[in-house]
Design a protein around this ligand. Structure first.
Ligand SMILES: Cc1cc2nc3c(=O)[nH]c(=O)nc-3n(C[C@H](O)[C@H](O)[C@H](O)COP(=O)(O)OP(=O)(O)OC[C@H]3O[C@@H](n4cnc5c(N)ncnc54)[C@H](O)[C@@H]3O)c2cc1C
Length: 379
């Protein structure tokens, strides 16, 4: 049986970063991925992912984000194409809304450069916007987007250059901890390691069944809408955004990579699914959810849907991440359930994983991600 210091199960957003950082520390690393690298069946495809500092979800994410930005910049150094594109970011909502107030709170607490815009100023600065008259926006100039498929490829290339082994199209069937070692059984063989990192994204519930109630996969749909006039949606004229609106919470991007205006809605149609059987077709009901916001707030993009993608969130009950040792198996590190907002952190999560595997501790504050915040499930 081949033996490694550490095996990473799932080489997607988090797993690719983990193998890169683990291999950089000189550890013998095996990454096992059930599909190809950069595939479109998990949580990390769709050309773009928002990265932002004005974190409405909780101010304690901001120090992690500062480190994530540094590590993304390190990763893209020497590459032909950028991985991180800065466009500025808008967090928009009515006064009192979670997005607007939370983003403002993070800016004030962490002294982030920002401006507060009213609806009129929002349209004047960014003419694609037709917001409701009562909204306010936090503009934070350091926000932008990452190109997730390219980021994963870059992390995997980095890991391979540093001696990691990566197996693709191989499915992990069992993770068996035995007194300080872990045996991994796959559809192709068996491997042994001192520690295992489980970063299975929407399949986490299958890989850690006792924790499945904390790891709920949910279907999401992204749409690219044809635009009548592209200039207001160009990356230098249209910041990435999060919008709390009457219709729900939306997020969107400037035109990049695929023609059209890309928009999604958090939790989309609230459909709990299994990733093996999820419906990946975009139906008229899916389009309607997105068009409700496009037609009202971005009328210059109210054209036909030229492309779409189905993707998966993996939601924890409080929508904060899980990065912790498995209960009763300290050799197994569970990493992810990123509840629809994790990709931007992959670079720093990879570094945190390497810290935890190598030394058992990290200087980053990851208390928010502990499993014991769910005592009822752990009981
Ligand atoms: C539509 C959508 C929009 C989003 N927008 C943003 C955004 O703008 N900004 C942001 O920061 N985040 C965003 N997110 C969230 C972010 O993309 C995810 O948190 C992140 O990609 C999760 O990465 P992961 O590594 O956990 O999962 P994945 O990238 O899916 O990786 C898990 C991997 O494990 C593999 N695997 C699973 N089981 C096995 C097994 N048994 N054997 C071998 N391999 C296995 C899978 O094949 C997969 O490759 C969005 C998510 C979605 C779906």
């Amino acid at each position: 049986m081949a033996a490694f210091d550490v095996i990473v199960v799932g080489v997607g957003g988090m797993g690719s970063a983990a193998i890169a950082h683990l291999a950089s520390r000189g550890l013998r690393v095996l990454g096992i991925e059930q599909f190809d690298i950069g595939h479109a069946r998990g949580s990390s495809h769709g050309i773009t992912r928002i990265i932002r500092l004005a974190y409405f979800e909780h101010p304690s994410y901001v120090p992690l984000l500062r480190r994530a930005y540094e590590l993304w910049r390190d990763l893209e150094a020497g590459r032909d194409e950028p991985l991180l594109h800065i466009t500025g970011g808008l967090d928009v909502g009515w006064p009192g809304s979670e997005v607007f107030e939370g983003a403002l709170r993070s800016c004030l607490l962490h002294d982030l450069p920002h401006e507060v815009l009213d609806a009129r100023e929002l349209t004047r600065r960014f003419p694609a916007w037709h917001p409701a008259p009562n909204v306010q926006a936090v503009f934070q100039p350091e926000a932008g987007f990452l190109t997730p498929e390219r980021c994963i490829e870059a992390h995997v290339a980095h890991a391979l250059q540093r001696g990691a082994t990566v197996h693709t199209n191989e499915r992990v069937l069992a993770i068996e901890p035995h007194a300080g070692r872990v045996v991994i059984r796959t559809d192709r063989g068996e491997y042994e390691a001192g520690q295992v990192v489980v970063s299975g994204g929407p399949w986490m519930g299958d890989l850690a069944p006792t924790l499945a109630p904390l790891l709920v996969p949910e279907r999401q749909v992204l749409g690219w809408f044809d635009i009548t006039e592209s200039s207001p949606f160009a990356p230098n004229a249209f910041p990435v955004f999060i919008l709390d609106a009457d219709e729900g919470r939306y997020y969107g991007f400037p035109e990049y990579g695929v023609p059209g205006f890309k928009i999604g809605k958090y939790h989309h149609r609230y459909e709990t699914v299994h990733p093996d059987t999820m419906d990946r077709t975009c139906h008229p009901d899916d389009e309607r959810v997105l068009r409700d916001a496009v037609s009202r707030y971005f009328p210059a993009a109210n054209g036909t849907v030229s492309a779409s993608a189905a993707c998966l969130f993996t939601n924890t009950p409080d929508e904060h991440f899980i990065i912790d040792r498995a209960p009763e198996a300290p050799e197994v590190l569970l990493v992810s359930p990123c509840s629809g907002h994790g990709f931007k952190f992959a670079s720093v999560i990879g570094e945190i994983v390497a810290d935890l595997v190598e030394t058992g501790a990290t200087s980053q504050d990851i208390d928010l991600f502990r499993l014991d915040r769910f005592p009822r499930v752990l009981r």
